[in-house]
Ligand binder design. Structure first.
Ligand SMILES: *[C@@H]1O[C@H](CO)[C@@H](O)[C@H](O)[C@H]1NC(C)=O
Ligand SMILES: *[C@@H]1O[C@H](CO)[C@@H](O)[C@H](O)[C@H]1NC(C)=O
Ligand SMILES: *[C@@H]1O[C@H](CO)[C@@H](O)[C@H](O)[C@H]1NC(C)=O
Ligand SMILES: *[C@@H]1O[C@H](CO)[C@@H](O)[C@H](O)[C@H]1NC(C)=O
Ligand SMILES: *[C@@H]1O[C@H](CO)[C@@H](O)[C@H](O)[C@H]1NC(C)=O
Ligand SMILES: *[C@@H]1O[C@H](CO)[C@@H](O)[C@H](O)[C@H]1NC(C)=O
Ligand SMILES: *[C@@H]1O[C@H](CO)[C@@H](O)[C@H](O)[C@H]1NC(C)=O
Length: 833
């Protein structure tokens, strides 16, 4: 009576709790929330007494008899519907493990482990009397939702819950679920593994079909670039699957990741088969990767060849197959489940008292040779997790009851009957043992390290699909037999799944507007910029002395550009300069040969010769400007130019002064000057005028000489090597001095042009000076505005033009007379004039 009262009160509390819980969690209508107590043993088909009893909560049926929720008494209900065979295998895996542990002399010696396995009919349940009934640990919670609720309810009692199938990452939260453990890795690891695999195969352009829940949406977080994301709702499988199939058909993505229940995947494959989409590569989650029904479905053989994905790690359990196949209801007459299975499998009643509608069995039936989910030992995946859970519980109990000497603070050894769930919880979180299969087992928090199989659906020679193990995952390590994979194409060639192919060196990625980050254009690097690796995000500018090569993949030293003797411009200028020098030499020779003739003698032959020499120097000095600028050529060219021209103009100036002086000598009082301005002083004047320029040059070149310099301010594959003027003042002075000489010379010549003389040179000098000045006035703007080496060419041109101007204006008429009109080159003729 007392117990019933407590139960009723507890049950009422439970109903209230679930009422609130249901509101908070937004439980789906299809999930019935049901409270029950452990004592209602209609639902307790399997139990065995022991010193310590391990609880099991497993959904063996998916339907329940109707119950009346009147909240006045503890409700009772029976599970109905067909038996879930793979869960039956889990039940027997649990029993088998317990029996194995009891046989083991070293694990829990002297202690008998019992079990109470409860069929929870796939609904959310509440276990009230665990404490009362000495169940310190529960194995169960085959779905994440159920585990959440079980863990929450068992939490205050500190009863540990070990789930073998709940994968939700949310359950790793130790604050919310401190008593939750699992022997299956969290989905976090699965998503991580799939992302790792996608990265390994360089698949970036992936489509995703996922359940619209935490499971599906949580899984795709690792994939940054999705071609599309379709969600499927549990209530709308057919419509959603059809839409997903059309999306897959329309998409360019060749690799599709599917995170959904196998029911959804089946429907999706049927739809894809209908629209003939057979060339996609599917990436499978563990929910459907090993589904035998899906593998055998007619639609899959065309659509789902080459499916590749993760599966719950499988293992073998020694002796388990023999154990299962040896089961017979006659050994366990009170085992309702086995009876139910027997009836289902053989269609006969093993025990006379059972269902009257069936004929009695003849006793020769046996599970040897039966192929069903119950006897299938080819893949022990979840079953192995159940087996592990029992072992984890046993090892925790073992460590709790064996009073380790090291742990003196809790030297108060419990007896098996005093074990409290809280103690067990603490020991469970510290278990670290080797399984009978030789694996190391321990919990990290409540989770176990990632362990998966990698599987591939391969077409067998008979044309059917079969599952192949092609690798496994242990933590971060992926061990994959890549050559063993058969892809959807049927070959071992890894499918390509990229939105844009990678950008070669020399180009950079440029995101496409409104497209995911893996879709991009490749843009060629601008001239002067490079990218030296594939898929570069940006181009790098080359250092100033470097420029990009033609492909834009490396910086190469910029080609130094200067006016050289090899190029057309250089050759032309050299030829013209040499020709000028030759002509000057020729004139010199002519003058030398005819030095006794009046024409030569009349015009101060010494200055003429000096002028010819200086003109020759002018021509030759232009050559110094051509070729690679060096420290010495930079200094020498300006000095040579300045001094040669100063010398030439000085000669002309003195010549003009001589003409002026000669004219004045005809007038009285001028004798003094003429006498004074004799050949010696003429020479001296030339020297004086020239030496001024020499001094300017010496000062300039010693204070801040022009240096060879790379003009890096201008971009381009070539860089101009030029003689840079440190001091523009120096160059201006040199030019200015020449200009000054030229102007005074022009002025003097202009004054003297009308003077009667037998062969008045002044006219010629005036004319030549005009040409000279015109050339150099034009030079300045042309020089300043010419780019790079062309400024040098402009200077050479000016030098040559002015030199030719002087040469022709002054010497051409004389040579004409000397060579072609010798008649005029007589003293008489000259005097006559
Ligand atoms: C459950 O089954 C037991 C006997 O197997 C029966 O007595 C009880 O009435 C059933 N309960 C419901 C709710 O069907
Ligand atoms: C699919 O392919 C089959 C055979 O190739 C063809 O008969 C059928 O019309 C195709 N269906 C669609 C929807 O294209
Ligand atoms: C016993 O029954 C099974 C089918 O339930 C049948 O296959 C078998 O032949 C029977 N054996 C005998 C000895 O009747
Ligand atoms: C064991 O626990 C009991 C009560 O909890 C206590 O009285 C006893 O002293 C403890 N023994 C040791 C050895 O700590
Ligand atoms: C488990 O035990 C093994 C051997 O005793 C040890 O190497 C390993 O570090 C332990 N693992 C953990 C998580 O404690
Ligand atoms: C990988 O798979 C191929 C084909 O199935 C097989 O021949 C080969 O032995 C496998 N390699 C390894 C290391 O397992
Ligand atoms: C690419 O260029 C960077 C500097 O621009 C250099 O450090 C790196 O070594 C280059 N890489 C290759 C593969 O040439």
């Amino acid at each position: 009576m007392m117990l019933d009262c407590i139960s009723s009160v507890l049950w009422f509390c439970c109903a209230l709790t679930f009422g609130l819980w249901g509101l908070g969690m937004g439980l789906q209508d299809s999930e019935t929330v049901r409270c029950w107590t452990w004592r209602t043993n209609h639902n307790l088909p399997l139990s065995q007494d022991g010193d310590i009893v391990i609880g099991g909560s497993i959904s063996l049926h998916y339907e329940t008899s109707a119950i009346d929720n009147v909240y006045k008494q503890v409700p009772q209900y029976n599970c109905t519907g067909s038996l879930v065979l793979y869960e039956l295998q889990n039940v027997y895996a649990m029993i088998y493990a317990v029996e194995e542990i009891n046989r083991n002399k070293r694990l829990l010696p002297g202690i008998k482990v019992g079990y109470q396995i409860f069929d929870n009919c796939a609904s959310l349940e509440y276990i009230i009397s665990t404490v009362k009934s000495y169940i310190p640990i529960i194995i169960g919670g085959e779905s994440s939702d159920r585990s959440k609720i079980l863990s929450t309810i068992l939490g205050p009692l500190s009863v540990p819950l070990i789930s073998y199938w709940a994968t939700c990452p949310c359950l790793s939260d130790r604050r919310l679920y401190p008593n939750f453990f699992r022997t299956i890795p969290s989905d976090i690891y699965q998503a991580r593994t799939l992302a790792q695999l996608a990265k390994h195969f360089k698949w970036t352009w992936i489509g995703a079909v996922v359940m619209q829940n935490d499971y599906g949406l949580g899984a795709i977080k690792g994939f940054v670039c999705l071609a599309f994301l379709r969600t499927v709702r549990g209530e709308n499988i057919v419509t959603d699957a059809r839409e997903a199939a059309l999306t897959i058909q329309a998409s360019t993505a060749k690799v599709i990741i599917i995170f959904a229940w196998s029911l959804v995947v089946t429907e999706l494959f049927v739809q894809l088969d209908r629209i003939n989409v057979t060339d996609r590569q599917f990436l499978a989650s563990e929910t459907w990767s090993t589904s035998g029904d899906l593998l055998q479905h007619p639609a899959t053989s065309r659509v789902a060849r080459g499916v590749f994905g993760v599966a719950i790690r499988s293992s073998t359990i020694d002796g388990f197959e023999a154990y299962i196949r040896g089961l017979h209801p006659s050994q366990r007459p009170d085992n309702e489940l086995l009876r139910e299975y027997w009836e289902k499998e053989f269609g006969c009643a093993p025990v006379s008292s059972s269902s009257a509608s069936l004929p009695p069995c003849n006793g020769t039936e046996s599970l040897y040779g039966v192929h069903s989910h119950f006897t299938d030992m080819s893949q022990l995946r979840v079953t192995y997790n159940v087996y592990l859970a029992v072992y984890a519980a046993a090892h925790a109990l073992h460590s709790l009851l064996s009073c380790p000497n090291t742990d003196t603070s809790t030297s108060n050894c419990s007896s098996a009957h005093q074990v409290t769930p809280a103690q067990l919880l603490e020991h469970l979180s510290r278990v670290n043992f080797t399984t009978p299969q030789g694996e190391r087992f321990y919990f990290q928090g409540g989770d176990i390290p990632a362990k998966y199989d990698l599987i591939n659906w391969q077409k067998s020679p008979e044309g059917s699909l079969r599952l192949s193990l092609i690798g496994n995952v242990d933590g971060f390590d992926i061990d994959l037999n890549e050559t063993g994979i058969q892809w959807s194409t049927g070959s071992s060639q890894v499918p390509v799944a990229v939105c844009s192919v990678s950008c070669a060196p020399g180009t950079r990625k440029a995101g496409k507007k409104g497209k995911p980050s893996c879709c991009f254009d490749c843009i060629t690097c601008a001239s002067g910029e490079i990218s030296n690796k594939t898929d570069s995000l940006n181009c790098q500018r080359c250092p100033p002395e470097y420029w990009s090569n033609a492909k834009g993949t490396a910086c190469i030293p910029r080609q130094q550009d200067f006016l050289s003797f090899d190029e057309t411009l250089g050759i032309t200028l050299t030829t013209v300069a040499l020709f000028g020098a030759v002509v000057t030499t020729a004139v010199f020779v002519v003058f030398l040969y005819y030095r006794q003739t009046p024409m030569v003698r009349a015009n101060n032959s010494e200055l003429s010769f000096l002028l010819l020499v200086s003109l020759k120097l002018c021509f030759l000095c232009s050559l110094v400007f051509i070729g690679r600028p060096s420290v010495w050529s930079c200094r020498f060219q300006q000095a040579a130019f300045g001094i040669s021209f100063a010398l030439s103009i000085s000669c002309l100036q003195v010549k003009t002064m001589v003409v002026l002086a000669a004219f004045r000598s005809a007038r009285p009082g001028a004798g003094m000057f003429v006498k004074w301005f004799g050949p010696t002083n003429q020479r001296g004047s030339v020297c004086l005028l020239t030496s001024m320029q020499i001094i300017i040059c010496i000062v300039w070149l010693s204070v801040s000489p022009p240096e060879p310099h790379l003009d890096l301010s201008v971009q381009g594959p070539k860089v101009t090597l030029e003689c840079a003027m440190e001091s523009v003042l120096g160059f201006s002075l040199v030019l200015g001095y020449i200009g000054l000489l030229a102007c005074t010379c022009l002025l003097l010549a202009f004054l003297a042009r009308k003077l009667p003389d037998n062969f008045n040179e002044a006219k010629l000098i005036t004319f030549s000076m005009l040409i000279f000045c015109a050339v150099w006035v034009a030079f300045v703007p042309a020089y300043v505005s010419s780019p790079g080496k062309y400024s040098v060419a402009v200077e050479i041109f000016a030098i040559l033009a002015s030199s030719y101007g002087l040469l022709f204006c002054i010497f051409a008429p004389k040579c004409f007379v000397i060579l072609l009109r010798p008649a005029k080159n007589t003293k008489k003729y000259m005097m006559r004039k």
